[in-house]
Design a protein around this ligand. Sequence first.
Ligand SMILES: NC(=O)c1ccc[n+]([C@@H]2O[C@H](COP(=O)([O-])OP(=O)(O)OC[C@H]3O[C@@H](n4cnc5c(N)ncnc54)[C@H](OP(=O)(O)O)[C@@H]3O)[C@@H](O)[C@H]2O)c1
Length: 307
Amino acid sequence: MSAPAFRSIALLGATGNLGSKILAALNNTGYSVTAIQRAESKNVADGAAKSIKVDLTSKSGLIEAFKGQDVVVSATPNPVLATEKIWMDAAVSAGVKHIVLSEYSTNMDNEKSKALPIIYDKLQTRKYAEELESSGKIGWSSVNNGPFFVPFIWTAGWMGANVQKETALFHDGGDKIVCTSTLERIGETVAKILAPEHAADTKNKPIYTYSAAVSERKITDIISKITGIDFPVTNASVEDITKETFAAVARGDNSRNMGFYIPFCWGDGYGGDFRGQAWNEKLGLKEMSDAEIEDLFRGFLSDNATK
Ligand SMILES: NC(=O)c1ccc[n+]([C@@H]2O[C@H](COP(=O)([O-])OP(=O)(O)OC[C@H]3O[C@@H](n4cnc5c(N)ncnc54)[C@H](OP(=O)(O)O)[C@@H]3O)[C@@H](O)[C@H]2O)c1
């Protein structure tokens, strides 16, 4: 393996669902990873070379924590510009060369999707990174991956089958395609884009990745095969859900904003099937075969996992 262009990486959110997988992938690739944790955190960053606990609202504390780091990767939950700006500015002041934003979303570069309030904050943060880059202060990149390929999204009634209730919910008939990624695939992609052979090409842009392009019907059929459950299906209209969710926002009710994930993934023209934009081939990332998808779900279902 050739030497990484970047050697030392600071990782925010290293103990999270996704962050822990990014940490593992960076470790496997040979980087030295420093976990940057909240001052009050009791979580353990397994596998990190070092862990620094710091007040994430303190720019000076973060500058100290980032000194000597080539890259800062963020996998923080619910990123908004007000909080992300603090660590981004600290990275610039500490002389960090490159930052990776906490996006990990679906199609943030699609015009229809950009109107969905759920990605407003991530778009603001991206815009700020672009400003830092255009004034020559730092390079950035981000990874977008579609809905996580995890049990809480694919076996709990959010998309397709609800194993516990033995029912299924399809959107617009269940045959539309969305790109979805395991947390391991996302971690692998973060490691790949920082590697010397890809770092220049992937700089200052969002990088799209996926494990598989699937429909609700396909995953429900796989779950049916594994469990023997014959799921009765309810069909929902993506257009109705989109209209109702926008109407709720117009009334000042943001409690239904999760509804925006439905057009984001399944809406016509929202770009949830982003295979044409994905870097899989350029980064040498293979799509999962049907047998591998079935094995993944056998694992989910044998754990009886719902997370
Ligand atoms: N595409 C999808 O389907 C999907 C689904 C879920 C999430 N996401 C995205 O993935 C990214 C990471 O989300 P996640 O769900 O993996 O995060 P998470 O598991 O909720 O948390 C990640 C870690 O962030 C740290 N942290 C920093 N600030 C925090 C705060 N204010 N509150 C709680 N923890 C905080 C904590 O680590 P310490 O305790 O060590 O400080 C925590 O373990 C986000 O951009 C999120 O929007 C995408």
